[in-house]
Design a protein around this ligand. Structure first.
Ligand code: PHE
Length: 337
């Protein structure tokens, strides 16, 4: 075994070195013949197996030495080889990959909020009911907890795959004191049929800002700044009343459709507006559940889908493209940054 290892690992620099090694191993007085001599003395019942192994070793050593020999010859003739490289030869260019569009967009969005003083927070994909639902003021019978939306792990209804990254915000509020300013990117899971506009796995970025005297106007201005940075300075926003268990008041935010300049096109379904995120003032029940004094502090939260932002920014029409890893799709985002 030890001899075999030495044979496999031997890398001669010159033909003379190789020859020396060959004589040492395979020569008349070489190590292999020494083993053959020892073989004569072993018990007859071991002979069969040991004999086979010795033969195997001999053949492999011969083969390896021949391989090394042709490599050395090829090298001398100037052909590159697998093990012996001419260090002075120019290298072969390796094709560079590019970042996945989801990563690009996630980094860009997080970057915008980082410039506003937010820090990135992350959390587990496998969560418990408390962090995904209960702490966020979901009543026990809320349909989002239902099997139809949520993937549960095994039979335990307490352990599930997070359906939104709001769970990270709960974890942040539980462990930090205000002022809090976090953006929470991550993968989320919902039991939905896969189509051009929905997938059971997608990515979200949610944000949370809590301090004394944070108002709805602060939220509106922060989000306006974000969309103008991300979609362009001409972008307008509109807030429509909505409902989330964890925010009150809640809103759905639309951006003006840059594709048709508000005139109406297929993408914005001729409304001139595109829905981009949910947002609202953090419900006092949520603050209290996470140990934050709701009389002293207030805050806003928002959440958006990374795929959706990327589709709108790059004009991608089918969500499934993001998960297929087809190189022809990925190459179009040809950047390594
Ligand atoms: N968690 C919500 C969702 O997954 C998004 C959201 C976040 C809405 C924060 C309002 C405030 O749809």
């Amino acid at each position: 075994e030890r001899l075999l290892k030495r044979v496999e690992e031997f890398h001669p620099g010159t033909a003379a070195e190789l020859e020396e090694f060959r004589i040492k191993v395979l020569g008349r007085k070489g190590e292999l013949n020494e083993l053959m001599d020892e073989f004569k003395t072993v018990a007859p019942e071991l002979k069969r197996e040991l004999g086979q192994r010795l033969n195997g070793l001999k053949n492999r050593a011969q083969e390896r030495i021949n391989e090394l020999k042709s490599e050395l010859e090829a090298h001398a003739a100037g052909t590159p080889s697998a093990t012996l490289d001419d260090m002075t030869r120019p290298g072969t260019a390796q094709p560079l990959g590019s970042r996945h569009p989801i990563s690009l967009v996630r980094n860009e969005i997080c970057g915008i909020f980082e410039r506003l003083g937010y820090v990135i927070a992350e959390g587990p994909e496998i969560e418990d009911d408390w962090h995904v639902f209960s702490a966020l003021n979901f009543p026990p019978e809320h349909p989002a907890r239902d099997m139809q939306d949520t993937f549960f792990i095994e039979k335990d209804p307490d352990i599930l795959l997070r359906t939104h990254t709001s769970s990270i915000q709960v974890r942040t509020m539980e462990t930090q004191k205000p002022p809090i300013r976090v953006v929470c990117p991550g993968r989320v899971f919902r039991n939905e049929a896969i189509s051009y506009r929905a997938h059971c796995i997608f990515h979200q970025i949610e944000g949370l800002y809590i301090d004394e005297g944070v108002s709805f106007a602060d939220m509106k201005q922060s989000l306006l700044y974000f969309v103008q940075e991300f979609f362009g300075p001409e972008t307008k926003i509109r807030l429509r009343p909505s409902y989330f268990p964890f925010t009150e008041p809640s809103a759905e935010m639309d951006i003006s459709c840059n594709l048709c300049g508000g005139k109406g096109c297929n993408v914005c379904k001729h409304t001139g507006w595109l829905e981009i995120m949910g947002c609202g003032m953090v419900d006092p029940n949520v603050l209290e559940a996470c140990g934050i004094d709701s009389n002293k502090y207030s805050g806003f939260a928002f959440g958006m889908g990374v795929e959706r932002c990327s589709m709108l920014k790059y004009g991608v029409k089918d969500l499934r493209l993001y998960f297929e890893n087809d190189i022809r799709f990925l190459r179009q985002f040809g950047t390594v940054i």
